[in-house]
Design a protein around this ligand. Structure first.
Ligand code: B12
Ligand code: SF4
Length: 491
């Protein structure tokens, strides 16, 4: 069986501002699982984020099965990509998985020629589909999948949804991601999730799945029950990558790495015991109000130098509404402590929650500005499908998870449910960035702490200017939309 796994890419479309890359950990897991289960399977990965070799691979490799991993903002690319796969020599079975498949599965059947959509955590479902397909067994009703069943006589099709798939409890049972199937060195040529790199070469690592918190905007790919790989298993992976690929820098992309502090302490102890000297950054958000001094010390000891805290809003009302419930005062103290301990400290903020007022937005901006954060990202709230946010607040006719999906980008205000006008919203986004960075003490502390000036110059400076440019042009567009000639108003 020849299997091609494709990560779709947004790099060519208009939303260029947060144009980052990261190794495609999800499909690397699928590949290693398929290889472990079916020793004779030939597998290739095409990562369109870094290289456009899709048609060439289809023509030369002639896969029997093509699996796509897609985000909602890339979903508009699927119809064409799938059509090209379907007309290629191998006439492959097409499966779509990943965040968009989990968020808006039915839209994929409506818009593309995909055969199967896989929901959520994909390894076990993927293996079962391959097994059934290779034995020519019926795939419909596979747990975790939705299958298009075509009536051979009439040509009509129906959609069969299998039962829910249980989560993988023992994450240690999964093989490590298939690093050999990606071009590791290509990733360092592009901007990635960590603008403060110490080393050029890096690898991403995912050490836990599922989160017990209930934030209304969050994906549910891995469910609500947290599951952790053991400290030994995590350190084994780090050791393997370090030895095999001489990589020293790891980006931990867990949703909530610091949920289980004892494991962090154990990871630090094991790295020390095995004399593995590596560096860690956490670009995907840690929870500040459950962080402790001991956990920070253990992280520092194990080589962590760059932390990101997802605060989102300084308003207690909005913390309650979004069900994140961060204790903002505690978060502020932890940020200060982490800064004192010598970490680079980043913050994530979201503006534009339903009913959010001007004063609430400004309160969040003020919090960020007065905090000891080195770097802050101000995102606008967007409703992804299969989140409580989209189900509760965006049930209007204007919300169609398939329409304009390429605009589902953290810096775009595709919807505005906040209690401010679009112009004011755009202005606050611009103001937030200017106010945060136009501070001499902050710029000084940033320069003092940057571990790699070249990387910072390349990534950081470009990043700041692109955010400023994006925000300024959004503001001008809103002003033009409001005050410009009527005929030019875009609906
Ligand atoms: C690393 C990361 C990135 C990286 C790489 C993204 C990528 N395409 O791989 C970068 C930095 C590029 C990125 C950028 C963005 N990201 Co991002 N990112 C993540 C993050 C933190 C980890 C992804 C990961 O590797 N997970 C670990 C692996 C194991 O999980 P996985 O990829 O989901 O794969 C599993 C299943 O989904 C499934 N599966 C996946 N693919 C396939 C394919 C097949 C065939 C099958 C059967 C199964 C399957 O099986 C896998 C194993 O269980 C996730 C959050 C998260 N916890 O997943 C957000 C996440 C994917 N990002 C998200 C978003 C919104 C963005 C941005 C749009 C944000 C922005 N700037 O505005 C950008 C833009 C990206 C773009 N293409 O335009 C959302 C996507 C929601 C959605 N419905 O689309 C997520 C889920 C976070 C969230 N806020 O909810 N991101
Ligand atoms: S946003 Fe973070 S804390 Fe909230 S549910 Fe998602 S992963 Fe958990």
């Amino acid at each position: 069986m020849k299997i091609l796994l494709v990560r779709t890419s947004y790099r060519l479309h208009e939303n260029y501002v947060y144009n980052r890359v990261a190794p495609p950990v999800g499909i690397m897991y699928l590949a290693s699982c398929a290889r472990e289960k079916f020793g004779d399977a030939e597998i290739k990965i095409v990562d369109l984020l870094i290289r456009d070799n899709y048609d060439q691979t289809l023509a030369e490799f002639k896969p029997d099965l093509v699996g796509f991993s897609t985000l909602t903002c890339e979903a508009f690319l699927l119809p064409d990509l799938i059509a090209r796969a379907k007309s290629s020599a191998g006439r492959p079975l097409v499966i779509v998985g990943g965040p968009h498949a989990t968020s808006s599965p039915l839209s994929i059947f409506a818009q593309t020629a995909a055969d199967i959509v896989v929901l959520g955590e994909g390894e076990l479902t993927f293996i079962e589909i391959i097994e059934k397909y290779s034995k020519d067994e019926d795939i419909a009703a596979t747990a975790g999948a939705i299958v298009k069943v075509i009536d051979k006589k009439s040509g009509n099709f129906k959609i069969v949804r299998g039962p829910a798939r249980s989560a993988i409890d023992k994450l240690d049972s999964l093989p490590f991601p298939a690093w050999d199937l990606i071009e590791i060195d290509e990733y360092q040529k592009y901007f990635d999730m960590n603008i403060w790199h110490s080393e050029d070469r890096y690898m991403t690592i995912f050490t836990s799945r599922g989160c017990p918190y209930q934030c209304i905007y969050c994906h549910r790919i891995f469910g609500k029950k947290p599951r952790f790989r053991s400290a030994e298993n995590v350190v084994d992976e780090i050791e393997a990558v370090h030895k095999k690929y001489k990589i020293k820098e790891f980006q931990v992309i867990d949703d909530i790495y610091n949920l289980y502090p004892a494991r962090i302490v154990k990871i630090a102890a094991l790295l020390k015991e095995r004399n593995i000297k590596v560096l860690f950054s956490f670009p995907n958000g840690l929870r500040a109000d459950i962080m402790t001094e001991d956990t920070l010390k253990a992280m520092k000891e194990s080589g962590a130098y760059n932390l990101t805290f997802a605060i989102e809003s300084a308003s207690p009302r909005l913390q309650k509404l979004m069900r994140k419930g961060v204790n903002v005062e505690k978060a502020e103290k932890i940020i200060e402590m982490a800064e004192k301990m010598g970490f680079i400290v980043n913050g994530f903020f979201m503006l534009g929650f339903p009913g959010e007022t001007y004063f609430e937005m400004m309160g969040t901006v003020d919090f960020a500005v007065r905090s000891k954060l080195h770097h802050a990202l101000f995102f606008s709230v967007n409703p992804h499908g299969f989140t409580e946010l989209s189900e509760t607040f965006y049930q209007s006719e204007s919300h169609d998870a398939c329409k304009g999906t390429q605009k589902y980008h953290y810096f775009n205000r595709y919807f505005n449910l906040a209690n401010v006008s679009p112009i004011m919203f755009a202005y606050i986004m611009l103001y937030a960035n200017i106010k945060f960075y136009l501070s001499l003490p902050r710029v000084y502390s940033l320069l003092k702490i940057t571990p790699n000036y070249m990387k910072f110059l390349k990534q950081g400076i470009f990043f700041f200017f692109s955010i400023a440019y994006h925000n300024l042009s959004s503001l001008l567009k809103e002003v033009y939309r409001y005050y410009g000639p009527q005929k030019k108003i875009k609906k």
